[in-house]
Every structure is written in C-alpha cells, then in structure tokens.
Design a protein around this ligand. Structure first.
Ligand SMILES: C[S@@+](CC[C@H](N)C(=O)[O-])C[C@H]1O[C@@H](n2cnc3c(N)ncnc32)[C@H](O)[C@@H]1O
Length: 367
C-alpha cells in the first residue's frame, strides 16, 4: 500500500538547492543500510525515503538518518508512490545503487554465483521515466559499463532529455581509505554534472592506520565490551597459525608449506594470492566486501593483531561514522547479516562526493 503523504518523515533540516533558493530533496532506491543516504544528508541534502526489500535495513536506515524506510520490491513500485515522498515544488533527486543479481536461482547443475545481471537497472530507469526527477545519480561497480543493460539505461535517460555523465572514481582520491573503484553516473535536465576534483593524492591518501588504529585491541572470536560491533570472527587453530605466519601486504605464499591450503598447492591455485593477507597500516585497505570479516576471504587480516578485521573496522573503512548503529541495542550481531550491509554500502565519503558534485552543478546552472 502506498503511504499517505502525511506520514512522510521529514525531520532532517531543509536542504538548499539551486542558488540556495529551491529546496532539493531525494529518494534513495536500493537504500540498504544507508551509506548513500547518510553522505547526502551530511552534505545538507534532505532524503525523504529509502526503499529496499531487505527488512534488516530498516533499523540502521531509520535510526541513523531520520529518514523513512519503505520495505518494498522496487520492481513492483510505481513512480506515483515515489512521488508521495517529494514535497511539492522541491527539486527532485532520485539516487540508487542497483545490485548485481545472480542470473537465476533455478538453473540446474550450474554454479550461478558469479553469473550476474543488472536487470534492476531497468526498474530504475522506468522509475526515472515515471517520476521525472530533475537530477538522477546511480552508483555501481565499473564492470557494469560492459553490459548491454547499462547502455540501455544510459540511452533511456538520454531519450528522456537528460545530460548523462559518468566517472570511474578511485576512492582513495576522495578521502576513502580503501582501494575501491566505483562507477558514478549523473543525469540532469540542467546540463552535464561534473564530478568534483579529487581531494587527496597519492602522498596523502587516508590509510588503514588513519581509520582503525585507535580502536582497542581484541582477539579473534572476541568483541569489545564498549562496542558490540567491534567484534572479530573466531579462527580455527590452523587459521590462527596461518595468521601468525602472515605479514602485512604479504600472501599465503610467505607461509611454511605445511600451512598452505591444498587448493593453493595446485598449479591453478598458486595464481590466486589475494586471499589470507594482512592489511598494511600505512596504505589504503583493499576493497571492503560483504565477506570482509573472514581472514580467508581476501586480504582482510588486521595489520598486527592475529585476527580478521572486526565489523566496526570494516564500517570505518567504509567511512561510516564510529557511532553508526547497524542493529538495535542488545540485538544479536551476526557476521553474515552485518557484513552484507557494510560491504554492500556506498562509502559515506563517496556519497558526500556525489552530493557535492550535484550541489555544485545546481549552483552553477541557474535553470
Ligand atoms: C548495493 S546495496 C545498496 C547499498 C546502499 N545504497 C548503501 O549505500 O548502503 C543493494 C540493495 O538492493 C536491495 N535490493 C535488491 N533487490 C531489490 C529489489 N528488487 N527491490 C528493492 N531492493 C532490492 C538489497 O537488499 C540491497 O540492500
């Protein structure tokens, strides 16, 4: 059921729009735990609603953002419903980060986990058509550009009269301590949107040390008494030995042969050194993924403590504020659920970069 307009939560301060005159407000599609929304709000853009079908996003989304969470399948949502969340007269900004979906869960006898399509992008462009926002922004993995669905998305927006620009953003250049590269697309009826200039260069990239050094030490399998999210996965005896044999920036190739996993002893396995590594204090972290809480899932070992990074450390590397709550107080902290929310998020600082680019554009174009 569509929500009635009088139930819209709008408790954030009003945001300035073009030349500071017309208010700008946003709706966030595929809002997840709210990384994108949080960054927009930090830059003064009001986000009236976030839409996602995962109920575990409701608490963090609403609690940290004072924005309304709508639990819906975006494929089944109409533009008319979304329009309820924009105050009349505001400049409408529609943002979103459509996930890559497994191609099919029904395919027999075939591993479909790496087989992706971005069909949800078609729902995104349908909603752009139905809502007619003045500005659109979409964030995704750069590989998306190779897929027909992306060309379709861009051509649909261009046919609707938008100027479309897109950028591959190397996150360290924008103050994110992580070597993530993301695709950021903008569309505007006022003209092309330029991404703001990088704020950091190689000599002042933020590092793992900048993000997590100050946190209290914990052991594998333990959590902090002060912050339940500062919790690290347990390690088996074998993995603890491997962890101890790992050096920052190294790989399992540094280990004694007895510690090397059987799959890495094969000719094919030796070509995959990017698992079981420790991060380096004075470099950005590798891309934080949904599996970043597991030492064997990537280079997710702590630089000096014998454990994988904690969920809080992952959230800090994704530039969430340290008090961002991912579950209700006293709720169970599960690595799979919270790791998914954190790893899937748009880094807050990247969202701020997107917001600043849009606000600059609105200031420049007196449309
Ligand atoms: C990459 S995450 C979004 C992250 C979010 N923008 C953030 O910054 O935290 C993609 C989200 O899309 C949601 N999702 C997937 N299919 C959906 C659908 N059909 N309708 C609504 N949400 C969907 C997932 O639950 C997931 O939270």
């Amino acid at each position: 059921m569509p929500a009635s307009p009088d139930r819209i939560i709008a408790t954030q301060p009003a945001a300035a729009g073009r030349n500071g005159e017309t208010p700008l407000s946003a709706v966030d599609l595929f809002c997840g735990t709210g990384g994108l929304t949080h960054g927009l709000i930090k830059e003064g853009i009001r986000v009236n609603a976030g839409i996602d079908l995962d109920p575990s996003c409701r608490y963090p989304y609403e609690h940290n953002n004072r924005s309304r969470f709508i639990e819906r399948d975006i494929n089944l949502l109409s533009g008319e419903e979304i329009l309820l969340y924009y105050p009349v007269g505001d400049i409408k900004l529609l943002v979103g980060c459509a996930p890559c979906q497994p191609f099919s869960t029904y395919t027999q006898g075939r591993d479909t986990r790496t087989d992706c399509k971005w069909g949800l992008l078609n729902s995104f462009s349908r909603l752009v058509d139905e809502v007619s926002p003045q500005i659109v922004s979409m964030e995704n993995v750069p590989q998306l550009e190779k897929h027909d669905v992306y060309d379709l998305f861009v051509s649909r927006l261009k046919n609707l009269g938008y100027d479309v620009t897109s950028y591959r953003v190397y996150c360290p250049q924008y103050g994110i301590p992580q070597t993530r590269t993301r695709l950021v697309l903008f569309a505007s009826i006022y003209g092309p949107i330029n991404l703001i200039s990088p704020t950091h260069s190689t000599n002042d990239f933020l590092t793992v040390r900048d993000a997590i050094y100050h946190l209290e030490p914990i052991a594998a399998g333990e959590s902090s008494k002060h912050d339940p999210l500062h919790r690290a996965s347990a390690l088996s005896t074998l993995n603890l030995r491997r962890m101890r044999a790992s050096r920052p920036g190294g790989t399992w190739r540094d280990w004694n042969k007895a510690l090397v996993a059987t799959c890495h002893k094969t000719t094919r396995g030796t070509t995959y050194p990017s698992v079981y590594g420790r991060m380096e204090w004075d470099k950005p972290a590798p891309t934080v993924t949904t599996q970043c809480h597991g030492f064997g899932n990537g280079r997710f070992g702590h630089p000096e403590q014998d454990r994988a990074i904690s969920l809080r450390e992952a959230a800090l590397l994704q530039t969430f504020p340290e008090d961002y709550a991912f579950v209700e107080p006293d709720a169970r902290v599960t690595f799979a659920q919270i790791g998914r929310l954190i790893g899937n998020a748009v880094p807050v600082q990247l969202a701020q970069t997107i917001a600043r680019s849009i606000l600059n554009h609105l200031e420049r174009h007196d449309a």
